[in-house]
Design a protein around this ligand. Structure first.
Ligand code: AHR
Length: 633
């Protein structure tokens, strides 16, 4: 096999946004995941207000009450009232179980905080972190004295003595009196960038390592909500966390591998934090907003056109929140949260997996209002989930006629579909709307490979498909695998890009593929031919090439989806000052159903040096492999 790469005339630019990430609070991705809060149901707002909590010690009627007061806080009306009758430490208290336990690291400082209210001194609160065997591995205490105001916030820190994957937090109440408690919270001190009450550093690092071009948030189906009351409303996710109104997660107890009746959205990870995350990892923010339609796979609730304006206004206000001056209404909210500079929003999505004439009608109304007010913002519209169906074609055609800037295509299909579609965009119209491959993953048959399905073969099929996106970078401007994160303890959907437990993260073979593409995206497409044709599956091989004009490198990607090694040669034309050695990164494995686990990651990239001889490089393409060749000029 000879692949001829011609670098004399670089083709279309590869967009800086080309490879990004799709974040949704599914599989405990946010609460119980990247949002590092360890206390579940910290504000007693779950449908069962004590879910996640156990009451310790004998109680009499009235010793523990859950008060629901909208005059106290409309967004967060519940709090606890505890009576303490001459109790000693260890007699009366509460334990929080965390999100399938709390992951605790030895030597790390933990930040405990709570809001409390009491009329008189007399109560001491002892906080104890206990490991799975009940041993205390960290503790602190304070005397709950009344303050000058009504409620007050107490913040303390202590260091954990031992590591544990499933610790619990107990608060013992000692003394006499009555005390109200709310927002009981515990965070590790070593969050991403050490931000107080921030994000899990190891999970963010996995994203930062990919250098993603964009981050799409907050989903996915949670944008739409199971019903409209439970849709994602960004305005309710900004400002002080105690004023963010919690809702039930659309993925609560549905499509469940492990039952997740405790799946709620606290919105501690809200729109400010999403924008900040995007900025931290150098990704363009891509928020997707509800278009007046609830999830069409659920209730399919619909806002009548005459009531759509508040939804459109939310989109207009979001542009102000992200980009407006600190003196504007929503820019001020951002500035008050600590970010007076703009977040540089350039794209906005309208609806997720919505369809039918109802979607088109609403999409047109959003487009008209947003383009009039913010012509600088590019709009993303969705063409949904059925890439070979009539509905998909209809939406695509209609959205193209509407001059949609981007059309968001989703494909969760078999590995074979991905291979068969590697040339999907070769004949796509070159002018007009651009493609956003917004959610994709090769889904193995779970009866064959097991329920989590993140095999090497699936990843290699995605790699083959990505050669087609890269070759067509003039029309495909963005691509993201989905979903991004999954908790091994509580997930609803698989496969996923990154698996986590309370203390560990693991990149799947698909993660390695996405990362290799993202780190090797180049700046322009180069033509790559074999026997005068693009390589789109002949002899089980797929290939594409780019040039990086800044780093002065030619980058060739070759995928072998067969079970046999294939010998080949890359012949480079158009540059006669090539370096004598090149770097070859290979992701491969003899077992097509190999998977990466927390403690064993057989599918990892391996880098070697290879010789460049008379403008050509000889390669042996391993079975089930992606190879990325970088040659300096
Ligand atoms: O990625 C999981 C789900 O798949 C998303 O929420 C939805 O957009 C799609 O159906």
């Amino acid at each position: 096999k000879t692949f001829i790469v011609n670098a004399s005339r670089p083709g279309a630019p590869v967009q800086p946004t080309m490879y990004g990430v799709f974040f949704e609070d599914i599989n405990m991705g946010a609460d119980g995941g990247i949002y590092a809060e360890l206390v579940k149901n910290r504000s007693f707002e779950f449908n069962n207000p004590l879910m996640g909590w156990t009451v310790n010690g004998k109680k009499e009627e009235g010793d523990l009450l859950v008060l629901n007061s909208h005059t106290y806080n409309k967004a967060n009306p519940n709090f606890l009232r505890l009576k303490v009758h001459n109790r000693r430490k260890g007699e009366w208290g509460l334990t929080n179980e965390g999100f399938r336990g709390m992951g605790i690291r030895a030597g790390v400082s933990y930040q405990l905080s709570m809001m409390y209210r009491t009329a008189k001194p007399g109560i001491t609160i002892h906080a104890e972190l206990m490991n799975a065997k009940g041993k205390v591995i960290g503790h602190t205490a304070f005397d709950a004295a009344p303050g000058t105001g009504d409620w007050q916030t107490k913040a303390l820190s202590f260091t954990a003595a031992e590591q544990d994957t499933s610790a619990k937090l107990t608060l013992w109440l000692e003394g006499n009196g009555t005390i109200d408690l709310d927002m009981i919270s515990l965070f590790p001190g070593d969050t991403w960038k050490n931000r107080p009450k921030g994000l899990r550093a190891d999970m963010v690092q996995m994203l930062a390592d990919m250098k993603p071009g964009f981050i799409r948030f907050p989903g996915g189906c949670i944008v739409e909500g199971r019903d409209l009351a439970n849709r994602f409303q960004w305005k309710k996710t900004v400002g002080p966390v105690e004023n963010r109104e919690l809702i039930i997660n659309r993925w609560n107890t549905e499509f469940n591998h492990r039952l997740t009746p405790d799946y709620y959205q606290s919105f501690g990870l809200g729109f400010f934090e999403y924008f900040q995350l995007a900025e931290d990892i150098g990704a363009a923010p891509l928020p997707i907003l509800n278009c007046g339609m609830a999830c069409q796979f659920n209730t399919a609730e619909l806002v009548p056109m005459e009531d759509l304006q508040p939804y459109i206004q939310d989109a207009i206000d979001l542009v102000e929140f992200a980009n407006g001056p600190a003196t504007s209404t929503w820019g001020k909210v951002r500035a008050d949260m600590g970010h007076p500079e703009p977040f540089h929003l350039t794209m906005l999505g309208v609806g997720n997996e919505n369809w039918g004439p109802q979607y088109i009608e609403r999409a047109r109304a959003f487009a008209a209002a947003l383009k009039a007010k913010h012509p600088e913002i590019k709009l993303v519209f969705s063409s949904g989930t059925d890439p070979n169906g009539a509905r998909f074609d209809f939406l695509n055609d209609t959205l193209r006629k509407m001059n949609a800037d981007f059309i968001d295509e989703h494909y969760y299909r078999s590995p074979e579909w991905f291979l068969a579609n590697a040339a999907r965009y070769d004949n796509y119209p070159r002018n007009g709307s651009k493609v956003f491959a917004g959610e994709y993953a090769a889904h193995e048959d779970k009866n064959f490979v097991g329920s989590d399905r993140n095999t090497l073969r699936a990843a290699i099929a995605e790699a083959a498909f990505l050669t087609g996106l890269e070759r067509n970078a003039d029309v495909v401007h963005m691509a993201s695998y989905a979903p991004l994160f999954a908790s091994a303890e509580a997930w609803q959907w698989a496969p996923d890009l990154i698996w986590v437990n309370n203390l560990q993260v693991v990149g799947t073979p698909s993660y390695q593929v996405q990362k290799l593409y993202s780190l090797n995206k180049g700046t322009h497409v180069l033509p790559l031919l074999s026997a005068n044709k693009p390589v789109t599956g002949q002899d089980s091989l797929y290939a594409s090439a780019v040039i990086d004009e800044q780093k002065k490198e030619i980058i060739v990607k070759v995928v072998n989806v067969s079970q046999q090694a294939v010998t080949g040669k890359i012949q480079l034309q158009g540059k006669n000052n090539l370096s004598k050695t090149a770097t070859l990164t290979t992701l491969a494995g003899n077992d097509p159903v190999a998977v990466n686990r927390f403690n064993n990651q057989p599918v990892a990239p391996v880098e070697t040096a290879v010789a460049v001889n008379k403008q050509s490089v000889a390669l042996t393409l391993a079975p089930n492999s992606l190879q990325v060749l970088r040659i300096k000029y």
